[in-house]
Ligand binder design. Structure first.
Ligand code: ZN
Length: 113
């Protein structure tokens, strides 16, 4: 790459010891990830880092892939919150409270593990 040394020589902040040249001058790979909602996210990876197949979209949280035409499908598993709402909807009598109690017990057990 022509002119590289000239740029490096004029870099602001390069100390007399040259300590800031380490890391800053490492080549980076810019990879764009696409989620199912067509959000594009550009991530810069260090050259020696293995680029992951997917990346969580920072805008909607869906997994994003490198193929714009074929983004990874949204995950099927529903969040735990939805289950609680479902339990609350079906609340008719003590049955609903029992279900809620069971869910809370599981949640506490999971946190304690
Ligand atoms: Zn997205």
């Amino acid at each position: 790459m022509a002119g590289g040394s000239a740029i490096r020589g004029s870099r602001v902040g390069a100390g007399p010891m040259g300590e800031s040249e380490r890391g800053e001058s490492a080549p980076r790979v810019r990879v764009v990830f696409w989620c199912a909602r067509r959000h594009d996210t550009a991530i810069a990876f260090a050259h020696d880092v293995e680029v992951p197949e997917t990346w969580d979209c920072p805008r909607c949280g869906l997994p994003a892939g490198q193929d714009e035409q074929n983004p990874p499908p949204p995950p099927r598993n529903e969040p735990y919150k939805t289950h609680l709402a479902y339990v609350r909807e079906r609340r008719t009598d003590a049955d609903g409270d029992a279900l809620l109690e069971e869910a809370l017990t599981k949640l506490r057990a999971r946190r304690g593990a």
